[in-house]
Design a protein around this ligand. Structure first.
Ligand SMILES: *[C@@H]1O[C@H](CO)[C@@H](O)[C@H](O)[C@H]1NC(C)=O
Ligand SMILES: *[C@@H]1O[C@H](CO)[C@@H](O)[C@H](O)[C@H]1NC(C)=O
Length: 315
């Protein structure tokens, strides 16, 4: 048993993770995040481009890229070396709290060999309800050129370190500006997940049974299966590309959001988007939120994105 020392874990660099993908993986991902038959720019056409949030799946998919088989989720969760300074966490009590991705260069349709995720812990936060771990992942090609930088926060419910409140962070994503209360959104996009959404999304690498076996979802207190948070994340990213970016996947440069409540496969979603100022490199900064259209409950909150604003192109 090593000593609990949360400060020591901050900055911990994990072993590099080999990753790869091909065009088929990108097409499967597009359907997992709800692409429709007329989403030509991501489901295939002469103007096709990889959807830019794809790298969020690589942490799960990465290690199984060679044999192209499905991922053994249990084995994945129980693997990995323990980080010095941290307590052991219960894999059944982890919730994804936040995810962002900064797109540094457009992804190629096929990775080829030598791509890696470089991952380190950039924040640890303990309070009475548990421990939040924040990590940074940088996707690099075989020359070490970075293509995307991701930040993710996971909340380990009920976890205990020293029992005292603790907070340290050395890097992270920009914070969303609050959505303006005094004006209507500049864009509103409605969409619908299908009852099969989770069984399609999982083909991108997250084979957690929670998303397909209702008895597991019930035991976890969700009343049945819930959709992968990262599928909802992709629905919102598609909404922004379509409304703000004129349907051009390359218009999206940064996208981040908190996961505030689960979505069930079949739920209808509404994403509301406010322009809140200029972003870096000629982009527009927007704040957004996504809710379950049927009962009005927020599922994504604190959304922030930088998008190259464009009129809808002719397809
Ligand atoms: C503890 O941290 C979590 C995650 O940031 C937060 O949702 C919760 O409100 C905090 N609880 C307390 C008691 O501060
Ligand atoms: C979304 O709203 C519908 C209608 O009220 C409801 O049946 C469904 O359970 C809601 N989804 C979640 C995850 O709460």
């Amino acid at each position: 048993m090593s000593e609990i020392d949360l400060a020591k874990a901050v900055g911990h660099q994990f072993d590099d993770q080999q990753v790869s993908w091909n065009q088929r993986d990108l097409l499967i991902y597009a359907v997992g995040i709800g692409a429709k038959a007329d989403d030509y720019s991501i489901v295939n056409d002469k103007s096709w481009a990889p959807f830019p949030t794809y790298p969020v799946v690589l942490m799960f998919k990465g290690m199984f890229c060679i044999n192209q088989d499905t991922v053994n989720f249990r084995q994945l969760m129980s693997g990995g070396k323990k980080v010095s300074g941290l307590p052991a966490f219960d894999p059944n009590r982890v919730v994804h709290g936040f995810q962002s991705i900064e797109i540094l260069r457009p992804l190629p349709a096929v990775s080829g060999p030598g791509w890696k995720l470089k991952k380190r812990i950039v924040g640890v936060n303990e309070n009475k309800t548990g421990i939040v771990l924040e990590d940074e992942q940088v996707l690099v090609d075989s020359n070490g050129t970075p293509y995307a930088k991701l930040y993710s926060a996971s909340f380990n419910l009920g976890a205990k370190g020293t029992g005292n409140s603790f907070s340290k962070r050395i890097a992270g994503a920009p914070q969303a500006k609050p959505v303006p209360k005094d004006r209507k959104p500049d864009w509103v996009v409605q969409d619908r997940t299908t009852p099969e959404q989770a069984i399609v999304y999982r083909l991108s690498g997250d084979y957690n049974m929670l998303h397909i076996d209702p008895s597991i979802g019930k035991a976890a207190g969700f009343g049945g299966v819930i959709l992968h948070g990262l599928s909802t994340f992709g629905f919102a990213a598609r909404a922004l590309v379509s409304a703000v970016g004129g349907g051009d996947p390359n218009a999206l440069r940064f996208f981040g959001t908190r996961f505030t409540s689960p979505v069930k496969p079949g739920d209808a979603l509404e994403t509301s988007v406010w322009e809140v100022g200029p972003g870096p490199d000629g982009t527009t900064e927007v704040s957004f939120a996504t809710k379950n259209l049927t009962n009005g409950k927020a599922c994504l909150g604190g959304g922030i994105a930088y998008v190259k604003k464009q009129e809808k192109g002719r397809l």
